[in-house]
Design a protein around this ligand. Structure first.
Ligand SMILES: Cc1cc2nc3c(=O)[nH]c(=O)nc-3n(C[C@H](O)[C@H](O)[C@H](O)COP(=O)(O)OP(=O)(O)OC[C@H]3O[C@@H](n4cnc5c(N)ncnc54)[C@H](O)[C@@H]3O)c2cc1C
Length: 426
């Protein structure tokens, strides 16, 4: 491979939703774009429930018609189920937002991620699967100027570009290599999940609802209806609570099912058809979202507890917005970290809003119903957060929430790592 063969405008490490969205946008801008993905798609991934505002990045990259024509389950609402099994009034998105985006989807990530990656290819990006990035390469000023990768067969490859995007998901290559992963200690939970076939689904509009069903100590189940009569069901709680008398996933899962009659009765008519999956290490944010020649997107930058299904939205959104910033940086011939200041402020403000809501959700004394009863005027703000309209001022909402619970201070990190030259001239 000679120099011109391996020279790109931008290299994207990771072809999940964040990377594939960024790749499509950059290819649509006419940029020579390379995606390096370590797996062969389709591959399994957790994270099936979308927020309504996913619509907008998907529309930008031309995927709405394809997704509408797919067998993904239509999601119109979210509902909550108390510990005794009492179901709340469903929160229908269309009652708050008169737009086609008010209907969203429960997706099979194997198919959804493949659709996104193929779309990036169709738009003109070069995608190399089964090619794992081993390290980024820097010049003598410290700018990232490319990557070293290895194929499944052990072939070592080098690629160059003035800007690299890290979209490696929770592997978070840059955070891991630089010690930049800062955990959100109070949101340290465990998730344990599996899949059932034939479990009970509500008919009609509610068939595709996401249900959040409570168990003791503010733990909760997700219940997500998927295509092919499959339901994804998982439990999230504190480690000490879940592991209190056994570490066996089957025993824990079956024990917790019995903690919520709604979950128990629905699963009873179905059959478990997959193994149990477990993950911890919840909720972190990178010390920085960019360095010279490098920008981080999706879970490679930050990850939040999945209770409000914000992960896919933040991945798609950050992929799109960072790609526009990369395009502008390429136009300007300036690849410094400072180019990503606006991107970082936007992402941090949205993540902070969602993070406060998640803290409130887990507070033993907090209840969204009481909040809205006392302050009906903030219902719209709350709705916007749940839809994914995150990037605006929520002072009124969080002043009200702050009367009920102690909210976390904003985290100080996540901004670009500015070089000395930039810091002194800014
Ligand atoms: C338990 C749980 C439940 C969740 N539920 C939801 C939900 O209901 N709704 C929701 O919106 N989100 C949910 N999420 C979050 C969601 O899964 C993620 O936010 C989303 O997948 C992020 O997309 P991404 O593109 O940033 O990363 P990923 O989807 O992880 O993609 C990263 C890609 O990078 C590749 N990669 C990694 N390292 C390398 C490397 N060195 N070289 C090349 N390629 C590499 C990986 O193979 C992968 O394909 C959940 C997460 C968890 C843990």
């Amino acid at each position: 491979m000679n120099r011109s063969d391996n020279q790109y405008d931008v290299i994207i490490m990771g072809g999940g939703p964040a990377g594939a969205t960024a790749a499509a946008v950059l290819a649509m801008h006419g940029r020579r774009t390379l995606v390096l993905e370590k797996e062969k798609f389709p591959r399994y991934h957790i994270g099936e429930s979308m927020m309504p505002y996913c619509y907008f990045p998907l529309e930008r990259i031309g995927l709405i018609d394809k997704i509408c024509a797919s067998h993904f389950v239509k999601k119109y609402s979210v509902q909550f189920v108390s510990r005794t099994g009492k179901v709340s009034q469903p929160f229908y998105f269309f009652q708050h937002f008169d737009h086609p985006a008010s209907m969203t989807w429960q997706v099979l990530r194997s198919e959804f991620d493949l659709m996104l990656l193929e779309n990036a290819r169709e738009k003109g990006a070069e995608v190399r699967e089964e090619t794992k990035v081993k390290e980024t390469l820097k010049d003598d000023r410290g700018y990232v100027i490319g990557v070293k990768a290895e194929t499944k067969t052990g072939e070592e490859l080098t690629f160059h570009a003035p800007i690299t995007m890290d979209a490696t998901g929770r592997d978070a290559l840059t955070l891991a290599r630089n010690g930049w992963r800062v955990m959100d200690r109070r949101l340290k939970k465990i998730a344990l999940w599996t899949y059932y076939k034939g479990a009970f689904r509500d008919p009609g509009l509610d068939e595709g609802a996401t249900t959040i069903a409570y168990i003791p100590e503010k733990g909760w189940f997700w219940y997500i209806p998927l295509p092919n009569d499959i339901v994804g069901v998982g439990v999230v709680a504190e480690k000490d609570y879940l592991y209190r008398d056994t570490r066996d996933p089957h025993e824990i899962f079956q024990r917790e099912i019995r903690e919520n009659p709604w979950i128990e009765s629905r699963l009873k008519v179905g059959e478990r058809v997959d193994r149990y999956y477990v993950t911890g290490e919840f909720s972190y944010r990178g010390l920085h979202c960019a360095a010279d020649g490098l920008v981080l997107i999706g879970d490679a930058f930050a990850f939040l507890d999945p209770v409000f299904s914000s992960g896919l939205f933040l991945a798609l959104w950050s992929g799109e917005k960072a790609a526009d910033a990369v395009h502008a940086a390429l136009d300007a011939g300036d690849y410094s970290a400072a180019r990503f200041r606006d991107y970082s402020e936007m992402m941090i403000s949205g993540i902070e809003a969602m993070r406060k809501l998640i803290y409130a959700f887990y507070d033993q004394d907090f209840n969204f119903r009481e909040l809205v009863m006392k302050y009906p005027e903030i219902k719209g703000d709350l709705t916007d957060c749940l839809l994914g309209d995150l990037f605006r001022d929520f002072t009124r909402l969080f002043t009200a929430v702050g009367e009920f619970v102690e909210l976390p201070d904003p985290l100080p990190h996540g901004r670009p790592l500015l070089s000395e030259l930039c810091v002194s001239s800014s």
